[in-house]
Write a protein that binds this ligand. Structure first.
Ligand code: NAD
Length: 480
């Protein structure tokens, strides 16, 4: 199956005529061939979006809202196909995760359809008696959107739905290892009647097609979800354009001595292991008070061993393979570093034997993690629960904050005073109390804290719509 680029409302070959293979991370089989987009293809997509910008901006808010609802209806009708492709392309288990993601992505269009209708702006009192001043929200124009492979439907929808609802045209670059999903989503948009050129999809290498749309003068603003390193490069290349950047995390979870060890461990294990740990808000470091350390660790090991690592289409599977070799190699590196520096692997800690590919990684619990280990200093993005022992709240806070990323953190405690102590001092954009770091709903503000490398701006419901529009002030002289 050869899949093409979607430019100007048509499925077209790359001008290179070249394709690259999409492989299932679970079986290694080639599931499709994708167009190898070039800079010239990216320029064509930017031109198509510019040509189409008035087509979407000129629709009334109610019409755009109905368009989003039609997209959701198409996705609902095609949900089984979408979930099957998502599971094959990304590797996540069909029953426990892929179907859920399709449901969330569909809801993303329904929520944007609602949010855009109730976005009021203000009339601003001013000193001059002859002036009336008010504000309106205008689409920004042409958005360059670049997305990663861990949630290949949800994350694009986080931009596409509010972006369209707000009246923007879009050029979208999907992650190469999950671009089959992206083609399926673009098919849904086409089927729902998104006007030609309003959403354009490019597949191919990010440093080529992604770089071109970021730097091109024909794009007005950028939405990017991916690693901190790429986000930093994009911020430089975008040179002054409005940026919405959702980057990496290194989610610290602090389990205080008054927490229920069993419940805290069960919630935290989920935070480490959902989507095989390939989540920006995953629990990446577990700081446990020394008094309950052993109990928490015992429960964590039990939770990790209860995971059913298996083929994504097997209904009993609760964890599938990692998506690609670089992420698996990162896990190898982080584990080797931890072991070399004296950490103890209690379960897992290696690629699982006996599967068709070597991307299946065993759910892992490591203790004796210290602040100099990669498991503490960097995002691992794999199925690992690294445990760090602490003795005072101040020490836990210093370890949690002593990292260059700051997306989501969690605290487990029965004390409201302690909960607030940490909620106000942890340097992350989101702090979860008595819940794991992966807790997420579509409309809650999500993003990194200032001063760290986890991003700029907020995704989620009305917050994304605000980010993806310009606030325009209108001054009217009414003097007769
Ligand atoms: P990545 O930065 O390697 O790639 C992300 C996207 O950027 C891909 O589509 C890639 O093709 C493209 N890209 C790569 N180089 C580029 C360049 N020079 N110019 C333009 N585009 C380029 O990240 P990844 O490995 O695909 O995704 C994992 C990362 O994403 C993790 O760090 C994770 O934490 C982060 N993430 C963040 C969030 C969030 O909301 N904060 C959500 C999911 C994932």
């Amino acid at each position: 199956m050869d899949l093409k680029l979607f430019i100007g409302g048509k499925w077209v070959e790359s001008e290179s005529g070249e394709y690259f293979e999409a492989q299932s991370p679970a079986t290694g089989e080639v599931i499709a061939r994708l167009s190898q987009g070039t800079r010239e293809d990216a320029r064509r997509a930017v031109a198509a979006a510019n040509e189409a910008r008035e087509r979407i901006a000129g629709l009334s808010v109610w019409e755009r809202s109905r368009l989003c609802l039609r997209i959701a209806d198409v996705m609902e009708r095609r949900k089984e196909e979408l979930a099957r492709v998502l599971s094959q392309d990304q590797g996540k288990p069909l029953r426990t995760e892929a179907q859920y993601e399709v449901g969330r992505a569909t809801l993303g269009f329904r929520e944007a359809a609602e949010q855009i209708k109730w976005l009021e702006t203000s009339v601003i009192p001013v000193e001059d008696p002859n002036k009336r001043v008010f504000s309106i929200r205008q689409p920004r124009g042409v958005y360059a959107i670049i997305t990663p492979w861990n949630f290949p439907l949800n994350i694009p929808v986080e931009y596409l739905a509010p972006g369209l609802a707000a009246g923007n045209a879009i050029v979208w670059v999907a992650a190469p290892t999950t671009s089959v999903c992206a083609v399926k989503l673009a098919e849904c948009l086409e089927e729902a009647g998104v006007p030609p050129g309003v959403v354009n999809l490019l597949t191919g290498p990010g440093p080529v097609v992604g770089d071109e749309i970021v730097a091109h003068p024909g794009t007005d603003a950028i939405g990017f979800t991916g690693s901190a390193a790429t986000g930093t490069r994009i911020a430089a290349r975008a040179a002054g354009k409005p940026l919405l950047l959702e980057l990496g995390g290194n989610g610290p979870t602090i389990i205080l001595e008054d927490a229920d060890p069993e419940r805290a461990a069960a919630r935290t294990a989920l935070g480490c292991l959902i989507n095989a740990g390939q989540v920006c808000c995953a629990t990446e470091r577990i700081l446990v008070h020394e008094r309950i350390h052993d109990q928490v660790v015992e429960h964590l090991v039990r939770c990790a061993r209860a995971v059913r690592l298996g083929m994504p289409d097997d209904p009993s599977t609760t964890m599938g393979p990692l998506n690609n070799q670089p992420v698996a190699e990162k896990m190898d590196r982080h584990m080797a570093d931890a072991v070399a520096k004296g950490a103890r692997v209690l379960t897992g800690g290696r690629r699982a034997p006996g599967f068709p590919t070597d991307l299946f990684y065993e759910p892992t619990v490591v203790t004796g993690v210290t602040t100099d280990m990669l498991l503490n200093t960097e995002e691992s993005f794999g199925p690992v629960a690294p445990v760090i022992r602490f003795s005072t709240p101040e020490e836990a806070l210093a370890i949690a904050n002593g990292c260059s990323l700051g997306l989501v953190s969690a605290v487990f405690t029965e004390s409201t005073r302690q909960a607030f102590y940490f909620a106000e001092r942890l340097r992350t954009g989101i702090v979860c109390i008595n819940e794991h770091t992966d807790y997420w709903e579509l409309h809650i503000p999500f993003g990194g804290v200032a001063g760290k490398r986890s991003g700029i701006g907020r995704l989620g419901g009305k917050h994304t719509i605000q980010e993806m529009t310009d606030l325009r002030t209108i001054v009217l002289d009414v003097k007769t």
